[in-house]
Design a protein around this ligand. Structure first.
Ligand SMILES: Nc1ncnc2c1ncn2[C@@H]1O[C@H](COP(=O)(O)OP(=O)(O)OP(=O)(O)O)[C@@H](O)[C@H]1O
Ligand SMILES: [Mg+2]
Length: 467
């Protein structure tokens, strides 16, 4: 390959790539647009899946039927009637005596179903207005014009179920009445009525069935959401189609496993703490027997600290027993927290906006706020508790003007027994479980506690709980 060829192939490949990229982009844009206009709910989507093919199928059917079948049949019927009329007109011209005409009238009536009379000396009336949209009129007058070869006048519009034709014979006007149904597929609208009627019935059935299919899915979603928020889902039963039932059973199994795990953790914690407490008591007893020396003094202090840690752990483990959620007044809980903090000498402002009644594990939430508030008044002098509730979240922030926590340590302090102020003051403060307890309570509601800088200069602790 020459250099030029190579170059051209390269350019073509580039162009191809560009086109492909553009097509992909267009596809993506179309997909996004389609997703935007489609309804989001499963119910609406399934209805569309059912209704769309039905409507398309019926429209095509109706169109083909009207266009083909209906047109052809109407044309054939019109042709037949106009042939009859032409034959009679020819006969009437060939046999003009009144007796013959009477005979012709009788034959037309009995064999062709046409009512005829002759009006000697009459002329045709001026042509009436054409109906705008009638296949019958155009088909019929067309056929008649092709065959008859005489002046004629038609009235296909009248409300009655007859059509009228007048034909100019030599000196007379022959008036013919035919039944509308003779020349025209008159009850074809019945077809449409049946079609639309049946599809409405089908749609109704589909709606009822769909609703029954979708209810279990909604129930499963609700149960999963409620479980995530730590609420009771004992009323939930698997129902519906096999797959939905399978998912529901899997959810229940998962819930059972999680609950068992929590229970196991709690029992183990309680067990360990309890066993160690027994040993610690023995320890203390032995220390007491050893008498007072500086060595035993230090040892005793350590043992005391260990014991208070254990007590705290035990309390934490006990707290964890599933408390049932109730509707509680958050504004009141915040106010109580403020009151407690003020008793400890802090300057507190508290506020709450939004609907204060929230489904919550009230004691756990109270404990959560109490721990955050205790940290705030222990480390600062001024604090601010702000609660807001919208349709998705309950958010409570506790701000203080203390030293704060460096960003790198903000995850560590949530671990049990982690205390930063060990160096600052050994004796004050608790066991280092406060933030652990607070986070545990928030998480049992499907929420969380996070720490950040406060506008007051210290730490901001924020509790977020889905409602
Ligand atoms: N508002 C705050 N300002 C500065 N430091 C804080 C604040 N809150 C917590 N801390 C730091 O985080 C550590 C962990 O807090 P946590 O509440 O878990 O334990 P604690 O307060 O020491 O003990 P407890 O809450 O069990 O009585 C604290 O020792 C403290 O150093
Ligand atoms: Mg604390």
């Amino acid at each position: 390959m020459s250099l030029l060829d190579t170059h051209m192939v390269g350019a073509a490949r580039e162009r191809l790539k560009l086109t492909q990229a553009r097509m992909r982009e267009n596809n993506a844009r179309f997909g996004a647009w389609f997703n935007r206009i489609m309804p989001k709910g499963l119910y609406a989507r399934s209805l569309i899946i059912i209704v769309t093919p039905m409507v398309i199928l019926q429209s095509v059917l109706a169109f083909v039927f009207m266009e083909r079948h209906y047109n052809t049949v109407t044309r054939r019927l019109s042709a037949a009637v106009s042939q009859d009329i032409t034959a009679i007109a020819d006969l009437a011209v060939s046999f003009p005596t009144p007796e013959d005409q009477e005979r012709i009238r009788q034959i037309a009536q009995t064999t062709m179903g046409l009512t005829i009379d002759f009006q000697p000396g009459e002329r045709l009336p001026p042509p009436g207005t054409k109906p705008f949209f009638s296949i019958l009129d155009s088909a019929f007058t067309g056929e008649l014009g092709k065959r008859l070869g005489r002046p004629f006048w038609t009235d296909t519009v009248g409300r009655s179920n007859l059509i009228e034709v007048r034909v100019q014979l030599d000196g007379t006007v022959m008036r013919v009445f035919a039944r509308r149904s003779q020349a025209y597929l008159s009850n074809s609208h019945i077809f449409l009525v049946w079609m639309v009627g049946t599809s409405l019935v089908l749609l109704g059935v589909a709606i009822v069935f769909l609703r029954n299919q979708i209810k279990p899915i909604e129930a499963l979603a609700d149960a999963a959401i409620a479980f995530g928020k730590g609420r009771d889902v004992s009323g939930f039963r698997p129902r519906g189609a096999r797959e939905v039932r399978g998912a529901a059973l899997a959810f229940l199994e998962m819930r059972r496993r999680i609950e068992r795990q929590i229970e196991q953790r709690t029992t183990m914690l309680a067990g360990v703490s309890h066993d160690m407490r027994t040993i610690l008591t023995r320890f203390k007893l032995e220390l007491a027997l050893m008498g007072d020396t500086p060595d035993t003094d230090a040892l005793r202090k350590d043992v005391d600290e260990l014991q208070s840690m254990l007590e705290a752990y035990l309390a934490f483990a006990r707290d964890d027993t599933g408390e049932a959620p109730v509707v509680a007044d958050i504004a009141r809980i915040i106010d109580d927290t403020r009151f407690n903090a003020e008793r400890h000498g802090a300057k507190v402002t508290a506020s709450f906006t939004g609907d204060p009644m929230v489904m919550i594990r009230a004691d756990a939430f109270r404990r959560c706020l109490a721990n955050l508030a205790a940290n705030a008044w222990r480390h600062g002098t001024r604090m601010e508790i702000t609660g807001t509730r919208d349709d998705r979240w309950l958010i409570v922030t506790v701000d203080d003007d203390g030293p704060g926590i460096p960003a790198a340590k903000r995850e560590d302090v949530f671990r049990p027994f982690v205390r930063l102020d060990n160096a600052r003051n050994q004796d004050a403060g608790g066991s280092g479980l406060g933030l652990t307890i607070a986070r545990d309570a928030a998480r049992s509601h499907g929420g969380d506690v996070s720490l950040s800088d406060s506008p007051l200069g210290g730490l901001r602790a924020m509790v977020r709980i889905p409602v």
